[in-house]
Design a protein around this ligand. Structure first.
Ligand code: NAP
Length: 301
């Protein structure tokens, strides 16, 4: 068992990280660092510097929103700790490149995690597409921001990425399953008149790939994609947990995204190897560079 510390005890730490670590045979959660949050039975720190000074815990998992994450990651690396980043791995691409260089120099592991890539149907989708010619692939990623980010104002502040916070999950699957790279050609972004990040986006990529992200969907939530190929149709649903090939549901086993992320981190630490793939975030940066801006109705939680 390897000791690990969780930083930023908020929604995703409580929903996913703590249960995944509690059930793991690889990890012991020895500390948390959070200004307000804590985990029952686990020593809780409120100050990251004080934690680093007083602990030799070798692995730190950062569950903070992307904007404050860099400073924490940089301090952890400087203190010789291995670091796991929630998605998206940072507020900008340049800062994650900087972290990677710092980790390489310090000889520690940096893992930029993409939980949706671990969804149960993703490996089968990738295997199906590997030898096909894709005629079209459409992503529909529509959810209710009030349900998944209740009161989290940071998602609409600069660096919060707006609808790309969930949309980057779809892009992490896309960049994993496609046999080759695509690039963005056009984007339309809907910004609420009182907000700094988009609440919806329509994207057109090369290679017949399109995407529709929307954060205003109430009722049933839709996290899926459908590829029409020269030799059959591939559909992922339920965020990648369900795979259909030519309409037939495949047996892909249980969905265990966060346990699989921590299995991967354990393997990376054991091997002393980093894993930092920024391709999903490149598409988001490109959309924010290339996108045409529409102003839409004001949004309040
Ligand atoms: P959150 O609950 O709003 O924030 C997590 C914790 O980070 C907060 O409880 C807070 O803890 C700390 N924090 C927030 N702002 C901070 C700041 N400026 N400086 C220092 N600490 C700060 O967010 P979340 O939903 O857990 O999301 C965190 C990350 O996980 C995001 O990158 C998100 O994309 C990813 N994620 C979220 C979900 C989801 O469903 N919500 C799903 C998958 C991945 P203290 O106030 O106690 O310090």
């Amino acid at each position: 068992m390897v000791d690990i510390c969780l930083v930023g005890i908020g929604k995703i730490a409580q929903d996913q990280h703590v249960p995944a670590l509690s059930a793991s045979e690889d990890w012991t959660l020895v500390a948390t660092v959070s200004r307000a949050g804590s985990v029952d039975g686990v020593p809780a720190f409120t100050d990251f510097d004080a934690f680093l000074a007083g602990s030799d815990c070798p692995v730190i998992s950062l569950c903070l929103p992307p904007v404050p994450r860099f400073d924490y990651a940089a301090k952890a690396i400087a203190a010789g700790r291995h670091v796991m980043l929630e998605k998206p791995p940072g507020a900008t691409l340049a800062e994650v490149h900087a972290l990677q260089a710092m980790a390489d120099k310090a000889g520690v592991v940096l893992f930029a995690s993409w939980h949706s890539r671990m969804a149960a149907g993703v490996a089968g989708a990738k295997a199906f597409l590997a030898d096909k010619t894709i005629e079209s692939l459409h992503i529909t990623w529509r959810e209710d921001v009030r349900k998944w980010h209740p009161g989290q104002e940071w998602v609409f502040e600069p660096g919060g990425m707006g609808v790309f916070d969930p949309g980057i999950n779809a892009l992490s699957i896309l960049t994993e399953i496609l046999p080759g790279p695509v690039f963005l050609r056009e984007a339309t972004l809907d910004f609420p008149e009182n907000r700094d990040t988009p609440i919806a986006a329509d994207l057109t990529f090369s290679g017949g790939v399109t995407a529709d992200f929307d954060w205003r969907q109430t009722g049933p939530q839709t996290w899926g994609m459908k590829a029409v190929t020269d030799a059959g149709v591939m559909e992922l649903a339920d965020g990648g947990a369900t795979l259909l090939l030519d309409g037939v549901r495949q047996d892909v086993g249980p969905n265990r995204e966060y346990p699989a992320l921590y299995d991967r981190m354990a393997a990376l630490v054991q091997q002393g190897v980093s894993d930092v793939d920024l391709s999903p975030m490149v598409h988001v940066a490109d959309a924010l560079t290339l996108g045409r801006r529409n102003t839409v109705a004001a949004f309040e939680f």
